[in-house]
Every structure is written in C-alpha cells, then in structure tokens.
Design a protein around this ligand. Sequence first.
Ligand code: SAM
Length: 212
Amino acid sequence: MRKPIRLSLEELAPCTANVPEPPETFDWPTLFGNSNPVEMEIGFGKGWFLLNATQVNPHINYFGIEIIRKYQLYTATRLVKRKLANVKVCCADAKLVVSKAIVPGSLKAVNIFFPDPWWKKRHHKRRLFDADFVQSIPPVLMPGGWINIATDVEEYFQEITALFAEKLPSLVGEPWGEDSPDSLVDGHLTNFERKFVAQGKPIHHVRYRKPM
Ligand SMILES: C[S@@+](CC[C@H](N)C(=O)[O-])C[C@H]1O[C@@H](n2cnc3c(N)ncnc32)[C@H](O)[C@@H]1O
C-alpha cells in the first residue's frame, strides 16, 4: 500500500467514527450533522468507492465499515485531505455493527463490493456472507432500500444468491442495470474491480431491494 502522509487521530476525527457500546446505536443526524439519507459500505479497503461516491453524491451520507485498521486510517486520510463532510469510516467487524449498532430502517443502501472469498474450503466459515449476516441486513434498510453486491468469484456469487433465495425469499435479486452505483471512475467501482477487469475476469453484480 502506498503510504499517504500520516495524519494524527485528531486530524482524522472529521471522517472517523467509533462504534457505540450496545445497546447504544449510531445516531446518524448527530454523526453527520444533517438528516440526509445514509448509505453504508462494508469492507471499503482503500476507499476508492467512498472517495468517489461522496463527491458525486454530496447529499448522501456515506458510512464505511472496515475490519482492518490500517485501511480505515489510510482511507480516512484520503477523505480528510479532500475535506469531505458527508462520510465517516469506522474500524469494526461489520457483522457486529449491522446486528447491534444500526437503528432499524435507517439505511438507504448497503454496498458490499468484492468481499474476501476465503478460497480454501476450511476457511469458508470466515466469509462475510452467512445465514445470520444475510438476515441481519433487511431490518436496517428503510422501505425501498437496497443491497448492492459485486464479486468476481462465481462460486461465492452462487452461494450468496442461494442464501438470499433460501433465507429472504421475498427479496428478488435484480441486475444493477441503468441505476448502477453512480460513482464509477474510469468505468470501475472499486480498486479490486479495476484489477479484476484488467485481468479479464467477469464481474457478478446483484441488487436486492426491500419492499416499500
Ligand atoms: C477483497 S477486499 C475488497 C475491498 C474493496 N471493497 C474493493 O473492492 O476494492 C475485502 C475487504 O473487506 C474487509 N472485510 C472483511 N471482512 C470484514 C468484516 N467482517 N467487516 C468489515 N470489513 C471486512 C477486508 O478487510 C477487505 O478490506
């Protein structure tokens, strides 16, 4: 990872957030200082999507969760340097945050781009998508809210869509189509997408929308 000039935690504070102690939950209007809709990104890595989406959509608040601290700090540095006011990033396990720290019905969208595939069969239990996680997402979405998923791993994609079909049969998967996330840079959504497209890998996308 190319090192950006290091900022202190105090300097990063405008774009970072700490997970509240349960049973407290994130209070979005207090955190962002306005009542604009909130979109979440889980596993933002180097923050490519957040960096672009926040600038393309200044009237949407973006909240990122990343389990690796160095990525949280790297991305927060990039966001703070651009003085972006509509984004906060935290370092935490998204499974815990989604199930414990989000007000029900408070999110416009959840974005999950290129979740780690954990290739070896004995490591599959570390995958983000499991039955509990899948079922924890719709309750935090507002009516009409959606989940965007992208992956280059066909077998993981099949597993994810099978989980949704089994656990959430009322949600029907749809392609992103024309209203794909509008934060593409050079035609790419994230850093991983750029790499995989360069390698000629097909990308699998699906959106699940919560009924109104
Ligand atoms: C393959 S990378 C993709 C990064 C980025 N979304 C992209 O497309 O460039 C997956 C990211 O998800 C993060 N991650 C994995 N499990 C997570 C969890 N339970 N909660 C939050 N982040 C997680 C990893 O640390 C990693 O940064």
